[in-house]
Write a new protein. Structure first.
Length: 394
């Protein structure tokens, strides 16, 4: 005999059990608890809950027509507010484009210092915000790292800041995960990363990666374009949360022969079904590489077109990287090079840990003020050694 039970019937049984439990008392509620452990009952419950997502609450459905009518009027107001919000984001983008033009000369000067084309004056190198303690720490680190610098071929005659952008990228986890060992010799030639905003429709921006002459490809610039929409969806306008990426476009990399790190050749043995003989087949497959960043997923040109969920997930991850480069890395590159920007990102977590430590310390002080407080018992309870002599012997 089968023990399977129809989920809907199981759900009805559970409802009846709950009703009976209310009438009989708390002692009979175990029946409902057993049903709640039934996988079929839980599956039926989940099905009902899933059907409720995105639908009006039961409370709203039971309201009088005259009240529902007023709710529709409120939704019309909400729709107008959403359209105003879209205009707000459009103006924010325009303002961002305006101020970006003010940053560009600073970024260009940074590029000349990094490349060694310009040597900053003594006055430009005087950074007054470093206090004496920080300056001493930096000098000590510089002394310790002198041997390492010489090992990298750097000394007092070194021009610019070698491997500046490679170091920046490796310091950021989001990018470091993309960089493979075979990418590093190429990224040593990365001389600058620039952002170019698209002031016209469609809203968006372009990342430009500049490379010095190298043996891997002939491109001097690799680009990645991002296209965004800032219009509420006709079918789901209330899901609007600001500019949204709908497409990105990479560029073709003109690899030198045998230097394409995004592809690898593998050898695979194949066995003949009838004769039993084997042969070795050479096959070219995709290889993990930072430079796959310039070959994003292909999507339709129509921003309202449906996109496969897997492609959409890849697109979202790709945009997260592009947005981080635009928003954080390019404007604050030197702080990612030194690691200071990374320390600021972790500051909140460290502060919380210090607060917790402070609370524990206050509890221990309260214990010590207790006349019956015995530190030996506390150490033993925490798994420590109660006898100080035992600690000395270890």
């Amino acid at each position: 005999m089968s023990n399977k039970q129809d989920p809907e019937k199981a759900l009805e049984t559970m409802d009846d059990a709950d009703a009976d439990a209310e009438e009989v008392g708390e002692g009979d509620q175990g029946v409902a608890a057993q049903l709640m452990r039934n996988p079929q009952v839980l599956a039926a419950l989940q099905g009902r809950l899933d059907g409720m997502i995105g639908s009006p609450s039961g409370y709203v459905l039971t309201l009088p027509k005259v009240v529902k009518r007023r709710i529709k009027a409120l939704k019309n107001l909400q729709l107008k507010a959403t359209n105003i919000e879209a205009q707000f984001y459009e103006e924010v983008h325009a303002l961002e484009c305006k101020y970006h033009k003010l940053y560009v000369p600073l970024y260009e000067q940074r590029a000349t210092m990094v490349s060694g084309d310009y040597e900053p004056t003594d006055a430009e190198c005087e950074f007054t915000l470093d206090d004496e303690e920080i300056s001493e720490q930096l000098e000590n680190k510089a002394t310790i790292a002198e041997g390492e610098k010489q090992a990298h071929g750097m000394d007092e005659t070194t021009k610019g800041i070698p491997e500046f952008w490679l170091t920046v990228c490796k310091n950021v986890d989001l990018l470091a995960e993309l960089i493979q060992e075979h990418d590093e010799p190429i990224l040593k030639h990365l001389t600058d990363i620039k952002v170019v905003f698209n002031e016209k429709e469609p809203m968006g921006f372009t990342l430009e990666f500049y490379f010095s002459t190298n043996e891997h490809f002939t491109n001097s610039v690799l680009t990645k374009e991002y296209f965004m929409k800032c219009v509420p969806d006709d079918k789901e306008p209330f899901s609007f949360e600001g500019p949204e990426i709908f497409k990105c476009k990479g560029c073709a990399i003109d690899w030198q022969k045998g230097k394409n790190v995004t592809l690898k050749t593998i050898k695979k043995k194949q066995k003949h079904k009838s004769r039993g003989s084997t042969r070795t087949v050479t096959k070219t497959v995709q290889n993990d590489s930072f430079f796959n960043f310039f070959s994003p997923p292909t999507v339709p040109d129509d921003p309202d077109a449906d996109v496969d969920e897997e492609v959409q997930a890849l697109l979202t991850a790709d945009f997260e990287i592009g947005h981080y480069i635009r928003e954080r890395i390019v404007p604050r590159a030197v702080l990612y090079f030194t690691g200071e920007a990374l320390e600021e990102d972790d500051y909140d977590d460290e502060e919380e840990e210090e607060e917790e430590d402070g609370e524990e310390g206050s509890d221990e002080m309260e214990d010590e003020e207790d006349p019956d407080f015995d530190p030996k018992k506390v150490k033993a309870a925490k798994g420590g050694k109660a006898n100080p002599e035992e600690c000395k012997q270890q």
